[in-house]
Structures are given as C-alpha cells and as structure tokens.
Write a protein that binds this ligand. Structure first.
Ligand code: URA
Length: 184
C-alpha cells in the first residue's frame, strides 16, 4: 500500500533513520499545493526553518518570495521541499548517509505529487537529483527529461543573497519554467 501525505508527515516526525532527528527542533516537511505542477527541491532546512518547522521562512525564503513574485507565482501554486527534512547542526552540509536516509521521504512526496516539473534549488540538490557532475554555474536553466517529468535547476536563494547579480538570471530561468509548465 502506498503512503498518504499524513503517513509521510507522521514518519518524518518520529524518524530515527539518522542522528539529525535528535538535534533538530522541528522536522521540516514540504509545503505548498499538493496539486502543484511545479516541485522545488532544496538541500536542507536552515536554522529559522528548524524553529518554525516550515521550509524557506528565513532570509533565503524572503529572496525566494521576491523571485516568485517577480514571475507572478505564489507559494500556493508550487510545492517546496528539501532533500533532508531535519536541520543539520551549525548549518553544516548534510552527510551522504543523512541524504540517503532521508531520500525515501522525497520519493514518496514526488510519487504523491506527480509534478510536471522539478526545479532543484542549488548545486547540492541538482547533483543529487539530476546528475552527480551537475555544474550549477554552467547548467542552471537547462532541461533533463525523465519519464513524465522535466527537471531543471536554478541558483539557490542563498547564492543570490551572497551575490545579488544572480537575481535577474534566476528570474529569467524561473520565467522559462512557468512558460514550460503552461506548454506541457
Ligand atoms: N535553505 C534550504 O535549502 N532549505 C530551506 O528550507 C531553507 C533554506
């Protein structure tokens, strides 16, 4: 039997597949429309997300909202989640073992959502989801096709925070994603 959204949420809340479940405050499930055609996948929750139990509520979330707004998209039209559902202490990069342990949750979310388009936010997500040698600087905005789904990657909002000149190129990528959604 396939899990429901509630099953996934309950499993994540009680998860002990890796040590991150013992140090996080709140698990961070995906958020948005469960009928969305566009699924955004980032790396791992930050410290604000850890406190609120919601994805992209901190500084990166503000940039993400600005990007969505610039493309006339709302969070209600998309589904946004992370590979890892628990905040790694000190914001360190998630370990491979932690990513592997958490991956079944992402697979169930993807199975239930059945997105037309998957957008990886940043290099880490793109390398895990699209291809291990994905180069975000050269390949952002390019498309890969898998079964009934088109996959692409854009800069992570935190990269835009560090280098605001990446905002316009990311906005252009996102506008193309919206165009693709309307065409598929
Ligand atoms: N950065 C991420 O990669 N994910 C979040 O949920 C927030 C910040």
């Amino acid at each position: 039997m396939h899990p429901t959204w509630d099953d996934i949420e309950q499993h994540i809340s009680a998860c002990d597949h890796c040590p991150l479940g013992r140090t996080r405050h709140l698990p961070v499930m995906g958020r948005g429309s469960r009928e969305a055609q566009i699924m955004l996948i980032a790396e791992a929750p930050g410290s604000q997300e850890d406190l609120e139990g919601l994805p992209f509520v901190g500084r990166s979330g503000k940039i993400l909202d600005e990007l969505l707004d610039a493309c006339s998209l709302t969070r209600e039209e998309i589904y946004i989640t992370n590979i890892i559902k628990c905040h790694p202490p000190g914001n360190r990069d998630p370990k491979e073992t932690e990513k592997e342990a958490c991956l079944p949750y992402l697979k169930y979310e993807t199975f239930l959502l059945k997105p037309k388009i998957i957008v990886c936010l940043g290099r880490v997500a793109a390398q895990r989801i699209i291809s291990p040698d994905f180069k975000i600087t050269r390949q952002h905005g390019t498309w890969t096709y898998r079964k009934d789904c088109a996959l692409t990657a854009i800069y992570h909002p935190s990269a835009i925070l560090r280098d605001p000149s990446k905002f316009e190129v990311t906005k252009a990528d996102l506008l193309e994603i919206v165009r693709k959604r309307d065409e598929l």
